[in-house]
Design a protein around this ligand. Structure first.
Ligand code: C5P
Length: 223
């Protein structure tokens, strides 16, 4: 039997990354941050001057991407592209916007499928993204769709950036977030939407601990 999977999908800033990491740690399972893979491709395309319209070149780039998420050694917990640590670089707004543009290309999505499925290993996997439950792991034991209002998600991102000493404008963040939601939800291939069998959690007024408890309870019932 293949290793069980918990998928956590939803729009940017809903807290998927934090929740997925906490669930993976609590269960002792592997973690896939699929957004990081799209961001790594975005960074590689920006570095090499490949435009979002150059589909064939992007597909080749996606298939040959030299990326690593080491869990031990000197770079444990970091994200590597071509052997270089790029954990901070892929989080820039420019990479997020480029990632969302490239993610609308069906050839790019197909090129990244096997790479994402390769993370499914015993004892289990927690995968977060936009299409984990709908496309990449349709047989997942537990599917969560985590959301929150765009205003609340922009507020959270703003707070996070301020804590990191990065200045940002709340109204600009909200506008970027709404533009990204619009693109992710309305693309032809793998649009952002809850899987039919997903449990929808609106975290707008929930504490992180309450969301984690609800997901773990669902895993206890199903996985
Ligand atoms: O989650 P994150 O903001 O890091 O993802 C960056 C972008 O990558 C998203 O806006 C989305 O367009 C794309 N993405 C995707 N499918 C995934 C994960 C991310 O299309 N499974």
């Amino acid at each position: 039997m293949s290793a069980p999977v918990v998928t956590i999908d939803g729009p940017g800033g809903a807290g998927k990354g934090t929740i997925a990491r906490a669930i993976a740690e609590s269960l002792g399972w592997h973690l896939l941050d699929s957004g990081a893979i799209y961001r790594l491709l975005a960074l590689a395309s920006l570095q090499r001057g490949v435009e979002p319209t150059q589909t064939a070149t992007l597909e080749t780039l996606a298939r040959g991407l030299d990326i690593d998420f080491p869990t031990r050694g000197p770079h444990a917990g970091e994200v590597l592209l071509d052997g270089e640590v790029v954990s901070g670089a892929i989080r820039s707004e420019a990479c997020g916007v480029r990632a969302s543009e490239l993610a609308a290309d069906p050839a790019v999505r197909t090129a990244l499928l096997d790479r994402q499925r390769g993370f499914q290993k015993p004892p289990g996997l927690v995968a977060d993204g936009r299409d984990m439950g709908t496309v990449v792991f349709p047989d997942a034991a537990v599917k969560i769709y985590l959301t929150a209002t765009a205003e609340e998600r922009a507020r959270r991102r703003h707070k996070q950036l301020m804590e990191q000493g990065v200045s940002a404008n709340l109204a600009d963040l909200l506008q970027d977030m709404q533009a990204r939601d619009e693109r992710d939800m309305n693309r032809a291939v793998a649009p952002l939407k809850p899987a039919e069998d997903a449990m929808v959690i609106d975290s707008t007024t929930m504490a992180i601990e309450a969301v984690i408890a609800r997901v773990l309870a669902q895993v206890g019932n199903r996985a």
